[in-house]
Design a protein around this ligand. Structure first.
Ligand SMILES: [Zn+2]
Length: 285
């Protein structure tokens, strides 16, 4: 026991010396470059004057009562990251609907009154009771707050007609499944789509939409129907709207049907679209 103890102790003190020397060198390096580092750090941490106000607040809900999209995590984390990168909003990510209420909640839980907009990447009949439903609608319609939906958000609340009316329609099948879709950007006069070319391609699952209130929405993107097989099984519509904005009472609604595939959320053009969409939904002029 004793014999082994000494070599161990010697090795330990050698290691300690090495760490101390390395620590000393590192601190010298930091000291030497600190004069250079400080301005760089200040530069990155100082927000641009136009963005100096406190970040707004986004409630991002990813909940499925039906098909489980892998890309829900990508959607929620994208919205979170974009808010941080631009310093325009902070995101509360939830996979439940507890915060969708105007009632006071316990244990530091926030309610709708705390948020500037709500984002949905959801499926099916979510467990909202009648008072929560009324609160979400009045939050948008009367309080003038924002609502954003991605992809399967139109595959949500079929039994709640007000939701369909608010978002701008319901999922009505995806006859072409996942394919290289050509998207026509029909309106580029908003910052939401200004950076897109008139037409672009993306591999994704494209939804047909039913009950689409043509006259009540500003259509931004649609599927280029000249590039798809109109005889494919399940084709029901001559036009397939993909992205739109919509006024709902005093509130603002944005929907984009892209985002089934995880890598869609990595596209720079799609990410910039979401930044501008969140800004708009939160009241930007
Ligand atoms: Zn999908």
């Amino acid at each position: 026991m004793r014999k082994e103890h000494f070599p161990d102790a010697a090795r330990r003190s050698q290691r300690l010396r090495a760490v101390t020397v390395r620590g000393k060198i590192e601190s010298e390096v930091i000291m030497r470059f600190s004069s250079l580092l400080i301005p760089v750090v200040l530069l990155t941490l100082t927000p641009a004057p136009a963005q100096a106000q406190a970040p707004k607040k986004l409630l991002a809900v990813g909940m499925s009562s039906g098909f489980q999209h892998d890309s829900v995590s990508d959607a929620l984390s994208t919205l979170y990251q974009l808010g941080k990168e631009t310093r325009l909003w902070d995101t509360w990510i939830r996979t439940d609907v507890e915060l969708i209420t105007k009632k006071d909640l316990k244990n530091n839980a926030k309610n709708l009154k705390f948020f500037d907009a709500v984002f949905f990447m959801t499926t099916g009949e979510l467990p909202l009771d009648e008072s929560q439903k009324a609160d979400l609608m009045s939050y948008i319609k009367e309080d003038g707050k924002g609502f954003l939906g991605a992809h399967n958000a139109t595959d949500t609340f079929y039994k709640w007609a007000d939701f369909g009316e608010m978002i701008g329609g319901y999922f009505d099948g995806h006859p072409w499944n996942q394919f290289l879709a050509t998207i026509a950007v029909t309106d580029r006069s908003t910052p939401i789509t200004a950076h897109f070319p008139a037409s672009f391609q993306v591999t994704d699952e494209i939804y047909q939409i039913r009950d689409f209130p043509k006259d009540k929405v500003r259509l931004l993107m649609t599927l280029d129907m000249s590039k798809v097989d109109r005889n494919a099984k399940g084709v029901k519509h001559d036009a397939v709207p993909i992205t739109w904005t919509k006024e709902y009472g005093k509130g603002r609604v944005f929907y984009c049907g892209l985002g089934h595939r995880t890598e869609v959320w990595e596209r720079k053009d799609v990410r910039l679209m979401w930044v501008e969409a969140v800004k708009w939904a939160m009241g930007a002029r």
